[in-house]
Structure formats: C-alpha cells, structure tokens
Design a protein around this ligand. Structure first.
Ligand code: 1HN
Length: 347
C-alpha cells in the first residue's frame, strides 16, 4: 500500500494506535459524570411480583429467586450503580438455596418475615427484620427457610466493581447445603459486646468476622443516643457498621450504615466520589439528587451515583425516618480517590 497518499489518521488507526489529542476531553473530564442516573425502586410495586415468582419458579430452577434493581442506564450487564448492585430476594418455608461462593462481597439487609437463615463458611446465621448479614468475598453461603412464612431481604453486592476489575471467580459447592461446623450465630455472640474483643480469635482476611449485626443492637444504639446528639447536618444520626479488627468498614469494597433522620429533618446537600444505595427501613421522606426528587416510602431502594449533589428530608414532623445505606467509599478512600464537597462550595 502507498503510505504517502493514505490518511495519516487511518494509518495510525490500522496500526492499533490512537491520537491522544482527540480524546483529552472525554478521558480526562474536569469532574466525574456517572453513567448511572438517580433512581428509585418502589417496594409496594415489586413485592407482588416477588410473591408471584414464589409460585411460578422453584428455587431448584432459579438457584436464587431475586429481582435485580437495574439502573436505566446500566442495563447490560445489569447493575444498580457503576460499582454496586442491589436486588430483592425471597425464600419461602421448606426451600433451600444452593451453596456457592464468589469473590464478590455481599450482604443482606432483612426486610420482612421470620425463620430463615443462611450458613456462611460453616456458621449458621439467623435472620430477623433489620438485621445486617455479611457474606464476605469467597465465603461459602447457602440459605434456608425453616420458618412459617416468606422471608424477603435486600441483597447488596460489589460485583459491578469486581467484574470491572476482572477479578470475578465463582464456584458451586459439591452438595446443595454446606456442613455446619460451628455453633449457630457464634460470631455475633462473640463480638456483640464491641468493647470486649475475644482474644483467642485472629483476623481472617480483610472483612469483618461478624455474621449478623442484629437490628436489636442498632435500635438500642439509636435509643441510647436519643436526641442528645446533634448528628451530622448532612446525614442526621448516622452509625457505621464496623469491622471489630480495624474499626473500619465491614468489607474492603463496601461500607454499611444506618441513619436516623429525626422528625422534620432537612439535610444539607453535598456530593462525593462514592456511589451510594439507600434502603428505607422505616418512615417516609424525599431525597433530592441533582435536581431529581426521589419520594421514598418504607422499604423503597434508591440509588445516588457518584458526584451527584444530594440531600435527604424526613417527610414526617412526628416520626423518625430510619435509612440504611451502603457505599463504595472504602474503595475510593483506599485508592486516594475520595473527595467530598459541600454544595455550598459551588459546583
Ligand atoms: C448471590 O450469590 C446471591 O447468594 C444473591 O443469595 C444475589 C446477585 C448476583 C450475583 C450473586 C445469594 C446475587 C448473587
């Protein structure tokens, strides 16, 4: 081919190269702009479908009976935000869900029901509404409902991030259920009195050793604090679930929090380079995310993408709003990429 008459850009392209000067604006934007959009998934709308699939689909067929909460801008592969996933899972009495493990870290925030449990690396952990259960990276886990009614929970995973990093592994256990090798709920009982740490235990991996952070403790913490703390102007009275070995987040990729917005709370707006998914445990209110108003009710889930300006309001003048959230902030902080800005500081 006569190279002298050909388009130099075409020659460069065919050789597998690209001129950087054509890409500065898109590769090095002045500030982040998430592909994901602010969005809300309404529990009242999804719950009937959850119940429908209990009859329509067995757990042998489904492995997990889960409705994924898909961001309109992240449909293929489906994700809730660019680094985080949320889904609603249902299991009914007599059902079991196959044991497996993956390098993605996961947790469950229990929404309703009683009598189900999950076994995580040999420890059976019981579920009650409001409990936070951890399934850290590469831990075997299966589920079982030995109660009298359906159990529904929110699943949170970091698989969008892990897949982006091309570090995803998945394995199915040789049998449907793994053997139980430890006393039930032992990790919760060992670590629940947080100021007293078991001296015979040593850290295993980067995640918290606690299988279940029970709602009874979270509720007691809010009650003990009462109205005697101002909390934060942005987030109200917000508590972070911690890894007892580090005092830091429960998993290296996901931090989990519960916040109480007192009656009439009107939060100050801010933004940060971390993605956050919220789940309304109790109450009603609204969050404004880059001028999108998300009106939320009990058990709704909503997504706040990185660097969007957001503020939270309790819609009730007499009742608390209790809101759970999870975030990739630990990832951003550990990579030196965490930035936060008060909206008052300008856009
Ligand atoms: C998973 O393993 C579970 O174990 C739930 O219950 C949801 C979503 C994506 C990938 C794996 C579970 C999941 C998941």
């Amino acid at each position: 081919m006569d190279q002298t008459s050909a388009d130099p850009y075409e020659i460069v392209r065919r050789a597998g190269a690209a001129p950087l000067w054509q890409y500065y604006g898109s590769l090095f934007a002045a500030q982040p702009s998430s592909r994901a959009v602010p969005f809300i998934w309404r529990y009242a709308e999804l719950r009937p479908s959850m119940l429908h699939f209990v009859d329509a689909l067995s757990l042998e067929e489904a492995e997990r009976r889960v409705l994924m909460l898909v961001n309109p801008e992240l449909r293929e592969p489906p994700a809730t935000l660019s680094t985080l996933y949320a889904g609603l899972q249902i299991i009914v009495p007599g059902e079991t869900a196959q044991a497996h493990r993956h390098t993605s870290g996961a947790f469950r925030l229990i929404i309703e029901g009683e009598g189900a449990c999950t076994t995580v690396d040999g420890e059976r952990v019981h579920m009650r509404p409001g409990d936070l259960l951890l399934t850290p990276s590469w831990h075997w886990h299966d589920h079982e409902d030995v109660g009298t009614g359906p159990m529904i929970w929110l699943d949170g995973l970091d698989y969008p991030l892990v897949n982006l990093l091309e570090a995803g592994f998945f394995e199915v256990f040789a049998e449907r259920m793994q053997p139980r090798t430890m006393p039930d709920d032992i990790s919760t009982r060992q670590y629940i009195h947080g100021q007293l740490r078991p001296t015979w235990e040593t850290p295993r991996g980067l995640s918290s050793p606690i299988g279940n952070y029970p709602w009874s403790e979270t509720e007691a913490a809010f009650a003990d604090i009462g109205d005697d703390a101002d909390g934060s102007a942005v987030d109200g009275v917000m508590l972070e679930y911690t890894n007892p070995w580090t005092g830091g987040p429960v998993m290296p990729t996901i931090g989990c929090r519960m916040q109480r917005l007192p009656p009439g709370f009107a939060g100050v707006a801010h933004r940060h380079t971390s993605n956050t998914i919220y789940h309304v445990v109790r109450g009603e209110g609204r969050s404004v995310v880059d001028d999108v108003v998300l009106e939320w009710n009990e058990h709704d889930v909503f997504a706040v993408p990185s660097w969007t300006v957001h503020e939270h309001h309790n819609g009730s003048g007499s009742e608390d709003a209790i809101v759970f959230s999870y975030t990739d902030e630990p990832v951003m902080r550990s990579l030196g990429l965490y930035r936060e800005q008060s909206a008052a500081a300008g856009r």
